[in-house]
Write a protein that binds this ligand. Sequence first.
Ligand SMILES: Nc1nc2c(ncn2[C@@H]2O[C@H](COP(=O)(O)OP(=O)(O)OP(=O)(O)O)[C@@H](O)[C@H]2O)c(=O)[nH]1
Length: 384
Amino acid sequence: MNKQQIPVIVLAGFLGSGKTTLLNHLLHRSGGSRIGAIVNDFGSIEIDAMSVAGQLGDSTVSLGNGCLCCAVDASELDEYLERLARPSAGIDVIVIEASGLAEPQELVKMLLASENPHIVYGGLVEVVDAAEFDATRERHPEVDRHLGVADLVVVNKADRVPREEHERVLGVVRGLAGRAAVVAASFGRVDVELFFDRAPVGERVGQLSFDDLRDEDDLRDEGDLRGGDDPRDEAEPSDGHLHSAYESLSFVSEAPMGPRSLMALLDSRPEGLYRIKGYVDFGPSDPANRYAVHAVGRFLRFYPEPWAPGEPRLTQLVLIGSDIDVPALEKELEACREYAPQADEHGMWGVLRYVQEPDADEPDGDEPDGDELDTGEPDAEPAG
Ligand SMILES: Nc1nc2c(ncn2[C@@H]2O[C@H](COP(=O)(O)OP(=O)(O)OP(=O)(O)O)[C@@H](O)[C@H]2O)c(=O)[nH]1
């Protein structure tokens, strides 16, 4: 391998599986290595890019609004790769965080086809949410195919399921992942060496080549990969990509959100609304903090974090789901805006029930032992 060539790793995995969390772990643990990150958000507000550590310095770029895998022309990606791979940028490895609905093979193909002499495809990492694995596979059988083309699979959220259940999921993933290494993790805390000191492409056992991918595609086109009579075919999006069955809503509000009305909306969110992420301003109810919010399936968490000085007080949310009524949701969110000048402290209880104690749920907290089942449902009502 040309010493100048920078490995480009694709970090993929279904909505909310923990890709940004893992990327942040890599950025924190990168030691002397400099990571260039390309973050591809599905929604038009680039929440993922905003939550990447050291965000948007010259080593992090954001490619928003739409899945990279469907870019008609890959020139924007090429441009970013070119910028990050310039020797003057001093970058050792580039990680592309795919959107949670991307088709990883398409991204890999783009990289393998790239004529940029400074980069080399460095492998596909798939992140799996152990707690949502069965349900996601049921809805999206193509997840099996994604795992089959990975080089490394991280079975994340070990803390959210009992140990035996995590072992079972690991076993199923190993069966599907064929040539890939499969590792367990909580909060994406994997051994960074798995990403950086990988063997050169030519020597890598199991690294997929462009031809392998083309062969897989040919098979898929012939309907051989998953027999043609599968009843699940009816539910499949027309181009076979996950994201064609999904819609997203991006919501921005300068007016604060009322905690009670927002919680009423979130607590009764429709089944199809699988992923919510962003930041909420509760105005006078907590003037010091913005609340990062994450919903993945039925799991919901708020993470209060102090507003940065001078930061505009905005609520910015991206909601992603299938079979959701986007205009109705938008109206409901608009109705949560609250103009009352006084705090609604009791109203905040509903929010605080979804704020985890730092030690229990924080990446920097103690390593969870894997026996504690975190259902995502709130704990006891706070006293007060
Ligand atoms: N309990 C638990 N929560 C986790 C773990 N990893 C990530 N999370 C939480 O899961 C939510 C989604 O994590 P992200 O890292 O944003 O997931 P993502 O794959 O980047 O999401 P998309 O880009 O929307 O597909 C956040 O609330 C994370 O804090 C984990 O191992 N355990």
